[in-house]
Design a protein around this ligand. Structure first.
Ligand SMILES: O=C(O)CCC(=O)C(=O)O
Length: 348
Protein backbone atom coordinates (compact mmCIF):
# COMPACT_ATOMS: atom_id res chain seq x y z
CA UNK A 1 0.00 0.00 0.00
CA UNK A 2 1.25 3.49 -0.85
CA UNK A 3 1.81 6.53 1.36
CA UNK A 4 -0.69 8.11 3.76
CA UNK A 5 -3.35 10.49 2.50
CA UNK A 6 -2.48 14.16 2.76
CA UNK A 7 -4.54 16.46 5.02
CA UNK A 8 -5.37 20.06 4.10
CA UNK A 9 -6.60 22.40 6.83
CA UNK A 10 -9.41 24.64 5.59
CA UNK A 11 -10.01 26.43 8.89
CA UNK A 12 -8.97 29.79 7.43
CA UNK A 13 -11.82 29.34 4.95
CA UNK A 14 -14.45 28.08 7.39
CA UNK A 15 -13.68 30.50 10.22
CA UNK A 16 -13.55 33.58 8.01
CA UNK A 17 -16.14 32.66 5.45
CA UNK A 18 -16.56 35.77 3.35
CA UNK A 19 -17.63 36.14 -0.23
CA UNK A 20 -14.21 36.29 -1.83
CA UNK A 21 -13.12 36.69 -5.39
CA UNK A 22 -9.52 36.87 -6.50
CA UNK A 23 -10.34 39.98 -8.55
CA UNK A 24 -11.03 41.86 -5.30
CA UNK A 25 -8.01 40.48 -3.49
CA UNK A 26 -5.75 43.50 -3.53
CA UNK A 27 -5.20 43.09 0.22
CA UNK A 28 -4.31 39.38 -0.01
CA UNK A 29 -0.61 40.01 0.42
CA UNK A 30 -1.20 42.05 3.56
CA UNK A 31 -3.93 40.05 5.30
CA UNK A 32 -2.69 36.96 7.18
CA UNK A 33 -6.10 35.30 6.83
CA UNK A 34 -6.19 35.80 3.08
CA UNK A 35 -2.65 34.50 2.83
CA UNK A 36 -3.68 31.40 4.80
CA UNK A 37 -6.70 30.95 2.56
CA UNK A 38 -4.50 31.20 -0.50
CA UNK A 39 -2.03 28.67 0.90
CA UNK A 40 -4.79 26.20 1.80
CA UNK A 41 -6.44 26.65 -1.62
CA UNK A 42 -3.17 25.92 -3.38
CA UNK A 43 -2.49 22.86 -1.21
CA UNK A 44 -5.99 21.58 -1.99
CA UNK A 45 -5.53 22.06 -5.73
CA UNK A 46 -2.15 20.30 -5.62
CA UNK A 47 -3.65 17.27 -3.87
CA UNK A 48 -6.61 17.07 -6.27
CA UNK A 49 -4.24 17.29 -9.21
CA UNK A 50 -1.68 14.76 -7.97
CA UNK A 51 -4.02 12.25 -6.31
CA UNK A 52 -7.68 13.17 -6.74
CA UNK A 53 -8.36 12.73 -3.03
CA UNK A 54 -7.42 14.44 0.22
CA UNK A 55 -8.44 14.64 3.86
CA UNK A 56 -9.87 17.95 5.03
CA UNK A 57 -9.51 19.22 8.58
CA UNK A 58 -10.86 22.53 9.85
CA UNK A 59 -14.19 21.76 8.15
CA UNK A 60 -16.27 23.11 11.03
CA UNK A 61 -18.30 19.94 11.79
CA UNK A 62 -17.96 19.19 15.51
CA UNK A 63 -17.36 15.70 16.86
CA UNK A 64 -20.86 15.75 18.39
CA UNK A 65 -22.42 16.66 15.03
CA UNK A 66 -20.66 13.80 13.28
CA UNK A 67 -21.68 11.39 16.04
CA UNK A 68 -25.29 12.52 15.79
CA UNK A 69 -25.29 11.88 12.05
CA UNK A 70 -24.09 8.31 12.61
CA UNK A 71 -26.66 7.81 15.40
CA UNK A 72 -29.49 8.71 12.99
CA UNK A 73 -28.03 6.47 10.32
CA UNK A 74 -27.87 3.55 12.72
CA UNK A 75 -31.43 4.21 13.92
CA UNK A 76 -32.57 4.06 10.29
CA UNK A 77 -30.80 0.86 9.32
CA UNK A 78 -31.77 -0.86 12.61
CA UNK A 79 -35.44 -0.61 11.57
CA UNK A 80 -37.08 -3.83 10.36
CA UNK A 81 -36.81 -4.22 6.58
CA UNK A 82 -40.57 -3.80 6.13
CA UNK A 83 -40.38 -0.38 7.77
CA UNK A 84 -37.41 0.75 5.67
CA UNK A 85 -39.27 -0.37 2.57
CA UNK A 86 -41.94 2.23 3.32
CA UNK A 87 -39.57 4.67 1.55
CA UNK A 88 -38.53 2.49 -1.40
CA UNK A 89 -36.00 3.62 -3.96
CA UNK A 90 -37.73 3.10 -7.34
CA UNK A 91 -36.65 0.13 -9.44
CA UNK A 92 -34.90 2.29 -12.05
CA UNK A 93 -32.16 4.79 -11.36
CA UNK A 94 -34.37 7.90 -11.01
CA UNK A 95 -35.31 9.50 -8.79
CA UNK A 96 -32.19 8.47 -6.93
CA UNK A 97 -33.94 8.78 -3.57
CA UNK A 98 -35.16 6.65 -0.71
CA UNK A 99 -34.13 3.27 0.64
CA UNK A 100 -32.26 0.60 -1.35
CA UNK A 101 -32.03 -2.83 0.23
CA UNK A 102 -29.09 -5.22 -0.06
CA UNK A 103 -28.34 -5.96 -3.72
CA UNK A 104 -30.72 -3.38 -5.19
CA UNK A 105 -27.96 -1.09 -6.40
CA UNK A 106 -25.19 -2.86 -8.28
CA UNK A 107 -22.25 -0.82 -9.42
CA UNK A 108 -20.35 -2.34 -12.31
CA UNK A 109 -16.88 -3.17 -11.00
CA UNK A 110 -14.16 -1.28 -12.91
CA UNK A 111 -11.62 -3.86 -11.63
CA UNK A 112 -13.82 -6.93 -12.09
CA UNK A 113 -12.18 -10.34 -11.96
CA UNK A 114 -13.30 -12.26 -15.03
CA UNK A 115 -15.86 -14.96 -14.33
CA UNK A 116 -16.21 -14.03 -10.65
CA UNK A 117 -19.60 -14.95 -9.17
CA UNK A 118 -18.88 -13.34 -5.84
CA UNK A 119 -20.96 -10.48 -4.48
CA UNK A 120 -18.90 -7.30 -4.75
CA UNK A 121 -21.67 -4.87 -3.77
CA UNK A 122 -22.92 -5.63 -0.27
CA UNK A 123 -24.65 -2.63 1.25
CA UNK A 124 -27.96 -0.88 1.94
CA UNK A 125 -28.41 2.85 1.47
CA UNK A 126 -30.79 5.78 1.81
CA UNK A 127 -30.55 8.72 -0.60
CA UNK A 128 -31.66 12.22 0.35
CA UNK A 129 -31.80 15.35 -1.79
CA UNK A 130 -32.62 18.96 -1.12
CA UNK A 131 -36.23 19.76 -0.28
CA UNK A 132 -35.80 22.51 -2.93
CA UNK A 133 -34.81 20.11 -5.73
CA UNK A 134 -37.25 20.64 -8.61
CA UNK A 135 -36.08 17.56 -10.57
CA UNK A 136 -35.95 14.72 -8.04
CA UNK A 137 -38.26 14.69 -5.05
CA UNK A 138 -37.37 13.03 -1.79
CA UNK A 139 -38.88 9.72 -0.80
CA UNK A 140 -39.45 9.91 2.93
CA UNK A 141 -40.40 7.35 5.52
CA UNK A 142 -43.75 8.14 7.12
CA UNK A 143 -42.85 10.47 10.00
CA UNK A 144 -44.12 8.02 12.64
CA UNK A 145 -41.67 5.31 11.48
CA UNK A 146 -38.65 7.38 12.54
CA UNK A 147 -39.82 10.67 14.08
CA UNK A 148 -37.41 13.55 13.42
CA UNK A 149 -35.44 11.76 10.68
CA UNK A 150 -36.69 13.96 7.85
CA UNK A 151 -36.01 17.21 9.72
CA UNK A 152 -32.61 16.08 10.91
CA UNK A 153 -31.31 14.80 7.57
CA UNK A 154 -32.67 17.83 5.67
CA UNK A 155 -30.65 20.02 8.05
CA UNK A 156 -27.57 17.85 7.56
CA UNK A 157 -27.94 18.24 3.78
CA UNK A 158 -27.87 22.03 4.16
CA UNK A 159 -24.87 21.84 6.47
CA UNK A 160 -22.90 19.84 3.90
CA UNK A 161 -24.06 22.19 1.11
CA UNK A 162 -22.66 25.19 3.03
CA UNK A 163 -19.32 23.45 3.30
CA UNK A 164 -19.32 22.39 -0.37
CA UNK A 165 -19.45 26.08 -1.32
CA UNK A 166 -16.46 26.79 0.91
CA UNK A 167 -14.52 23.97 -0.77
CA UNK A 168 -15.29 25.36 -4.23
CA UNK A 169 -14.19 28.83 -3.15
CA UNK A 170 -10.92 27.37 -1.87
CA UNK A 171 -10.37 25.56 -5.17
CA UNK A 172 -11.12 28.74 -7.15
CA UNK A 173 -8.53 30.56 -5.10
CA UNK A 174 -5.98 27.79 -5.49
CA UNK A 175 -6.46 27.74 -9.27
CA UNK A 176 -6.32 31.54 -9.43
CA UNK A 177 -9.70 31.78 -11.15
CA UNK A 178 -11.75 34.92 -11.46
CA UNK A 179 -14.60 36.27 -13.57
CA UNK A 180 -16.42 33.79 -15.76
CA UNK A 181 -14.05 30.91 -15.08
CA UNK A 182 -14.67 31.26 -11.34
CA UNK A 183 -18.42 31.30 -12.00
CA UNK A 184 -18.13 28.14 -14.08
CA UNK A 185 -16.30 26.43 -11.24
CA UNK A 186 -18.86 27.56 -8.66
CA UNK A 187 -21.63 26.07 -10.84
CA UNK A 188 -20.17 22.62 -10.11
CA UNK A 189 -21.97 22.84 -6.76
CA UNK A 190 -25.67 23.52 -7.24
CA UNK A 191 -27.16 23.76 -3.76
CA UNK A 192 -30.50 22.06 -4.55
CA UNK A 193 -28.92 19.34 -6.70
CA UNK A 194 -26.48 17.56 -4.42
CA UNK A 195 -27.15 14.23 -2.71
CA UNK A 196 -26.74 13.02 0.84
CA UNK A 197 -26.34 9.27 1.23
CA UNK A 198 -26.52 7.12 4.34
CA UNK A 199 -24.72 3.82 3.86
CA UNK A 200 -24.66 0.65 5.89
CA UNK A 201 -22.46 -2.33 5.07
CA UNK A 202 -23.82 -5.25 7.15
CA UNK A 203 -21.68 -7.71 9.08
CA UNK A 204 -20.15 -10.45 6.93
CA UNK A 205 -19.69 -13.81 8.65
CA UNK A 206 -16.28 -15.42 8.39
CA UNK A 207 -17.44 -18.30 6.17
CA UNK A 208 -18.78 -15.91 3.54
CA UNK A 209 -15.66 -13.77 3.44
CA UNK A 210 -14.03 -14.17 0.06
CA UNK A 211 -16.26 -17.14 -0.91
CA UNK A 212 -19.68 -15.54 -1.40
CA UNK A 213 -18.81 -11.94 -0.64
CA UNK A 214 -15.75 -10.55 -2.39
CA UNK A 215 -16.19 -6.89 -1.49
CA UNK A 216 -18.58 -4.26 -0.18
CA UNK A 217 -18.55 -1.73 -3.00
CA UNK A 218 -16.81 -2.25 -6.33
CA UNK A 219 -14.26 0.12 -7.83
CA UNK A 220 -15.90 3.16 -9.39
CA UNK A 221 -15.53 6.91 -9.88
CA UNK A 222 -18.32 9.25 -8.79
CA UNK A 223 -20.13 11.06 -11.57
CA UNK A 224 -20.75 14.45 -9.94
CA UNK A 225 -18.21 17.15 -9.10
CA UNK A 226 -16.71 15.91 -5.84
CA UNK A 227 -17.69 13.82 -2.85
CA UNK A 228 -17.14 14.43 0.87
CA UNK A 229 -17.35 11.51 3.23
CA UNK A 230 -17.51 10.72 6.92
CA UNK A 231 -16.85 7.10 7.87
CA UNK A 232 -17.03 5.22 11.17
CA UNK A 233 -14.06 3.47 12.79
CA UNK A 234 -14.34 0.32 10.62
CA UNK A 235 -12.20 0.94 7.55
CA UNK A 236 -12.32 -0.61 4.11
CA UNK A 237 -12.41 2.37 1.78
CA UNK A 238 -9.51 2.38 -0.67
CA UNK A 239 -8.59 4.90 -3.36
CA UNK A 240 -6.35 4.34 -6.34
CA UNK A 241 -3.20 6.44 -6.19
CA UNK A 242 -2.53 7.45 -9.81
CA UNK A 243 1.18 7.95 -9.17
CA UNK A 244 1.83 4.44 -7.85
CA UNK A 245 -1.07 2.56 -9.47
CA UNK A 246 -1.80 1.06 -6.03
CA UNK A 247 -4.82 1.38 -3.78
CA UNK A 248 -4.33 3.52 -0.67
CA UNK A 249 -6.33 2.59 2.43
CA UNK A 250 -8.33 5.53 3.75
CA UNK A 251 -7.99 4.58 7.40
CA UNK A 252 -10.65 6.31 9.51
CA UNK A 253 -9.19 9.48 11.02
CA UNK A 254 -11.23 11.37 13.57
CA UNK A 255 -11.96 15.00 12.76
CA UNK A 256 -11.36 14.80 9.01
CA UNK A 257 -13.60 14.57 5.98
CA UNK A 258 -12.34 12.59 3.03
CA UNK A 259 -12.81 14.42 -0.25
CA UNK A 260 -12.50 12.82 -3.68
CA UNK A 261 -12.70 14.30 -7.16
CA UNK A 262 -15.54 13.06 -9.37
CA UNK A 263 -16.02 13.09 -13.14
CA UNK A 264 -17.42 16.63 -13.62
CA UNK A 265 -14.45 18.16 -11.82
CA UNK A 266 -12.10 16.15 -14.01
CA UNK A 267 -13.91 17.41 -17.12
CA UNK A 268 -14.04 21.04 -15.98
CA UNK A 269 -10.29 20.94 -15.38
CA UNK A 270 -9.59 19.07 -18.65
CA UNK A 271 -8.17 16.18 -16.65
CA UNK A 272 -5.98 18.36 -14.40
CA UNK A 273 -7.89 16.93 -11.42
CA UNK A 274 -7.86 13.16 -11.16
CA UNK A 275 -11.30 11.54 -10.77
CA UNK A 276 -10.51 9.06 -8.01
CA UNK A 277 -11.24 5.39 -8.56
CA UNK A 278 -12.30 3.93 -5.20
CA UNK A 279 -13.86 0.85 -3.62
CA UNK A 280 -14.80 -0.62 -0.25
CA UNK A 281 -13.00 -3.91 0.12
CA UNK A 282 -12.92 -6.68 2.71
CA UNK A 283 -9.80 -8.27 4.21
CA UNK A 284 -8.59 -11.82 3.46
CA UNK A 285 -10.47 -14.53 5.32
CA UNK A 286 -7.33 -15.54 7.22
CA UNK A 287 -7.08 -12.18 8.90
CA UNK A 288 -10.78 -12.02 9.81
CA UNK A 289 -11.83 -12.60 13.42
CA UNK A 290 -14.17 -15.55 14.14
CA UNK A 291 -17.07 -13.12 14.64
CA UNK A 292 -16.69 -12.00 11.01
CA UNK A 293 -16.31 -8.51 9.63
CA UNK A 294 -18.20 -5.92 11.67
CA UNK A 295 -20.82 -3.74 10.04
CA UNK A 296 -19.69 -0.36 8.75
CA UNK A 297 -21.45 2.99 8.32
CA UNK A 298 -20.42 5.87 6.08
CA UNK A 299 -22.03 9.15 5.03
CA UNK A 300 -21.04 10.54 1.63
CA UNK A 301 -22.30 13.87 0.28
CA UNK A 302 -22.16 14.09 -3.51
CA UNK A 303 -21.73 17.63 -4.85
CA UNK A 304 -22.87 18.22 -8.41
CA UNK A 305 -24.01 20.87 -10.89
CA UNK A 306 -27.64 21.50 -11.87
CA UNK A 307 -28.90 18.69 -14.14
CA UNK A 308 -29.36 21.12 -17.05
CA UNK A 309 -25.84 22.53 -16.73
CA UNK A 310 -23.33 21.76 -19.45
CA UNK A 311 -19.83 21.23 -18.12
CA UNK A 312 -17.12 22.53 -20.44
CA UNK A 313 -13.38 22.48 -19.73
CA UNK A 314 -11.88 25.78 -18.57
CA UNK A 315 -10.03 27.46 -21.47
CA UNK A 316 -6.95 28.11 -19.32
CA UNK A 317 -6.48 24.36 -18.82
CA UNK A 318 -6.60 23.57 -22.54
CA UNK A 319 -3.06 24.06 -23.79
CA UNK A 320 -0.72 22.81 -26.49
CA UNK A 321 0.72 20.27 -24.01
CA UNK A 322 -2.75 19.30 -22.81
CA UNK A 323 -5.25 19.64 -25.68
CA UNK A 324 -9.01 19.36 -25.02
CA UNK A 325 -9.79 15.88 -23.72
CA UNK A 326 -13.55 16.06 -23.26
CA UNK A 327 -16.55 17.26 -25.19
CA UNK A 328 -18.93 19.51 -23.26
CA UNK A 329 -21.53 17.38 -21.48
CA UNK A 330 -24.93 18.10 -19.98
CA UNK A 331 -24.82 16.77 -16.45
CA UNK A 332 -28.18 14.98 -16.55
CA UNK A 333 -27.22 13.17 -19.76
CA UNK A 334 -24.00 11.97 -18.20
CA UNK A 335 -25.72 10.99 -14.95
CA UNK A 336 -28.48 9.11 -16.80
CA UNK A 337 -25.91 7.10 -18.72
CA UNK A 338 -23.93 6.15 -15.64
CA UNK A 339 -26.94 5.72 -13.32
CA UNK A 340 -28.70 3.33 -15.72
CA UNK A 341 -26.01 0.74 -15.25
CA UNK A 342 -26.26 0.95 -11.44
CA UNK A 343 -29.91 0.13 -10.80
CA UNK A 344 -31.90 -2.81 -12.03
CA UNK A 345 -35.08 -1.60 -13.68
CA UNK A 346 -36.75 -5.00 -13.33
CA UNK A 347 -37.59 -7.10 -10.33
CA UNK A 348 -34.86 -9.65 -9.54
O1 LIG B 1 -18.65 3.92 1.96
C1 LIG B 1 -17.66 4.44 1.49
O2 LIG B 1 -16.65 4.62 2.16
C2 LIG B 1 -17.63 4.87 0.04
C3 LIG B 1 -18.97 5.15 -0.56
C4 LIG B 1 -18.94 5.39 -2.03
O3 LIG B 1 -17.91 5.32 -2.67
C5 LIG B 1 -20.19 5.66 -2.76
O4 LIG B 1 -21.25 5.65 -2.15
O5 LIG B 1 -20.10 5.92 -3.99
Amino acid sequence: MAAAIQTVDLSAHTLQHTSFSSSSSSSSSTSPVLAQKQEAGEALVKALHEKGFVRISGHGFSFAEIQEAFDWSKALFDLPLAEKLKAPHPKGSLPHRGYSSLGQEKLPDRNRERGSQRIMDYKESYEIGSEEDDCQHNIWLPEEVLPGFRGYTSGLYERFADFAKIVLEAVALGLGLDGEEREELMKLGSRPHCQLRLLHYPTIDKDSVGREVGGRLPAHTDWGSFTMLFQDQHGGLELLDPSSGEYVRAEPEEGTILLNVADMFRRLTNGYFNSALHRVSIPNRDSVHQAGIPSRYSIPFFVGPAPSHTVTSLPRLITAECPARYDPVRFEDYGALVGKSHYRSEDP
